[in-house]
Design a binder for this molecule. Structure first.
Ligand SMILES: Cc1cc2nc3c(=O)[nH]c(=O)nc-3n(C[C@H](O)[C@H](O)[C@H](O)COP(=O)(O)OP(=O)(O)OC[C@H]3O[C@@H](n4cnc5c(N)ncnc54)[C@H](O)[C@@H]3O)c2cc1C
Length: 584
């Protein structure tokens, strides 16, 4: 995202993973990044025309939501605005926006209709991202110009009837032919842009290579490629979702993406890299909801006063604002990590997706509650945002899988260092000076925590109100490290099956990361003398107080909880396949 803290950024370190070692990685989190000058200029020229074009189709979009399609003329308009070339390099005809600027564009389109964001986003974030990340120069020259113009719209084909979250279990198969080409057979389901795409990134099992899966670039026009009818969905209804089938499709050798056998890695890298697009869209949706809800609250009079005067309505508006600020601060921090060339941002991307996707659903719920009866009517925009946002915690990795991923990835690195801690501590008592030098950051912090030696303040000087907030994160980052340590000692490798424990660890880490982003953003707004810096500090204070209560519950829940009871209740219902009681 930014030009700003390039000098301090540690590209080989992950801010999210550091949390598991009791470390708030100040070098990467402070100061909060600013959008690059070039992106700001491009955005300044793009955002109003997007509003004009998409806004002019407001009535159409409502009709298309009902009918379940976007018109070809509308998609042509998106092409003409360059929206299919947002992140494609200029030499291939694109706009070469950063991830941050791209996420901001999706926020703008989501302010009107998230189906539009999805048409553009599935193309860029996942459909052709594999080509950008893994394609050879020849492959890029062959496809990127047509993808940038939107002549070819792209889609990402991973999911199958038997392979959803367990993506590695796909059955679509590619068999190598004598001439080096491949024959592709199988069926993919729920493919976004499936019905309008000309270019598919397809994942198939292959016999060759050390891995089991390979990524291929497949053109919709090739013999044997077909797509099913438009799926009728709860939300994002006008966006095309179809099955895509491959029957004896001949794929030339030069259309293998990345190495044969590295398809799983390719798929995961695409999803990690694309998650800020989804987050940016969610932020745009929340901003619209806040605008709608505040106007509604001021206009609607009940009991002789605007409902905006009532505490329970004000509470909702405040909470929506906190959720939006936290999601925005996190999504654009992650985009900055990607844009700055950080090597590992997979946890950060997962955390931002989980937080932003749930934040917009809370916002949509509260905005509808403020609008109440009106909110429930199709005539008003709330019910559509309510329906549209539901998908965000299901696709691009369900939020359950992402929470587990966050916890397990963090724990994996901690586990690897636990052995080191044991041997390093023995050195300290044999030779304190030399021994302490042998400790890594994690081991030092763990030693400081348990011995009371060392343990400096982690975060730099902040304005007094924010400094207080920082103290909460400094405390709970140690609690996270201690919880990981204790969980690993207790369960060893068996931790992978302890989902109740993993959920607490994942949630602690997400609150710590999101809270650090909020803190950094509020600090930057104060430093810049922003007109709303005071409100930003209040948001940081309230978010932190709420996060502290959540984190406290997670920490305490590691010792005392109802996990066994919950598990038993679920077991009983599963055995009976339903609820056994009635009042009759
Ligand atoms: C509208 C829409 C658009 C989509 N677009 C695309 C697309 O463009 N390309 C594409 O490839 N796919 C796409 N998908 C597929 C989407 O990514 C999958 O739906 C998603 O990965 C989840 O898979 P599933 O629905 O089969 O759920 P399942 O994997 O069957 O999961 C069901 C439930 O079980 C939970 N669960 C599963 N495994 C575990 C576990 N180990 N531990 C705990 N909980 C678990 C899940 O979190 C979920 O709550 C789309 C789906 C939809 C609905």
């Amino acid at each position: 995202m930014a030009d700003a803290p390039a000098s301090t950024l540690l590209r080989d370190r992950s801010a999210a993973k550091s949390l598991f070692f009791g470390d708030i990685l100040e070098e990467n989190l402070f100061p909060y990044p600013r959008m690059r000058e070039r992106d700001r200029e491009l955005l300044a020229a793009m955002l109003d025309p997007i509003d004009d074009f998409v806004g002019a189709h407001a009535a159409d979009l409502k009709r298309w939501d009902h009918d379940g399609e976007q018109s070809e003329a509308f998609i042509q308009g998106l092409r003409e605005m360059g929206l299919f070339g947002l992140i494609i390099p200029e030499e291939h005809g694109g706009l070469a926006l950063s991830n941050a600027a791209y996420a901001r564009v999706l926020g703008q389109t989501s302010g009107h209709d998230s189906s539009v964001s999805l048409t553009v986003g599935a193309h860029s974030s996942i459909g052709m991202k594999g080509l950008l990340l893994w394609g050879s120069d020849e492959q890029k020259s062959r496809y990127l110009p047509r993808l940038a113009s939107g002549e070819l719209i792209a889609a990402f084909c991973l999911t199958e009837p038997g392979a959803g979250s367990d993506a590695a279990s796909i059955r679509t198969r590619a068999t190598k032919n004598a001439d080096g080409s491949w024959t592709l057979d199988g069926e993919k389901i729920w493919i976004t842009n499936g019905g309008i795409a000309g270019f598919y990134t397809v994942f198939a099992r292959t016999d060759e290579g050390h891995g089991k899966m390979t990524a291929f670039m497949v053109e919709a026009a090739w013999p044997g490629v077909s797509r099913g009818p438009h799926e009728h969905k709860l939300g994002i209804r006008s966006n095309s979702t179809t099955t895509v089938a491959f029957a004896d499709v001949r794929v030339p050798a030069e259309n293998v993406l990345g190495e044969v056998g590295s398809g799983f890695k390719v798929a995961m890298s695409i999803l990690n890299n694309g998650r800020t697009g989804l987050g940016g869209g969610a932020v745009g949706g929340m901003k619209r909801l806040i605008a709608l809800a505040t106007r509604q609250a001021k206009d609607r009079q009940q009991f002789g006063r605007p409902i905006a005067d009532y505490g329970l309505v004000r509470e909702k508006i405040a909470q929506m604002t906190i959720d939006c600020f936290a999601a925005e601060s996190t999504v654009f921090m992650v985009a900055h990590f990607i844009d700055s060339g950080c090597e590992d941002y997979s946890l950060e991307a997962a955390m931002s997706k989980v937080y932003a996707s749930e934040a917009i659903q809370r916002c949509a719920y509260e905005a509808m509650q403020i609008a109440a009866g009106n909110g429930y009517m199709r005539e008003f925009p709330y019910e559509k945002v309510f329906r549209d946002s539901r998908i965000l915690s299901i696709f691009e990795g369900t939020n359950e899988i992402l929470r587990l991923y966050v916890a397990l990835s963090g724990l994996k690195d901690v586990g690897a260092q636990l052995g080191e801690l044991k041997s390093a501590v023995s050195h300290i008592f044999n030779d304190p000076i030399k021994g302490f030098g042998l400790l890594t950051g994690y081991a030092q912090r763990r030693f400081a925590q348990s011995s009371g030696i060392g343990g400096d303040r982690i975060l730099r000087e902040l304005p007094p109100r924010l400094r207080k907030c920082a103290g909460v994160y400094e405390h709970y980052v140690n609690e996270l490290a201690a919880a990981c340590d204790a969980a690993l000692r207790k369960y060893g490798r068996g931790i992978a099956d302890q989902q109740f424990v993993l959920k607490r660890i994942g949630e602690l880490a997400i609150d710590l990361f999101v809270g650090s982003c909020v803190l950094s953003r509020a600090d930057a707004l104060v430093a810049a003398g922003d007109a709303h810096a005071d409100a930003a500090q209040s948001i940081c204070e309230v978010f932190t107080a709420q996060a502290r209560r959540r984190m406290y519950r997670c920490v305490k829940g590691m010792q005392r909880n109802e996990d066994a009871g919950l598990d038993a209740i679920a077991g009983a219902m599963l055995a009976r396949e339903g609820y056994p009681w009635d009042v009759l």
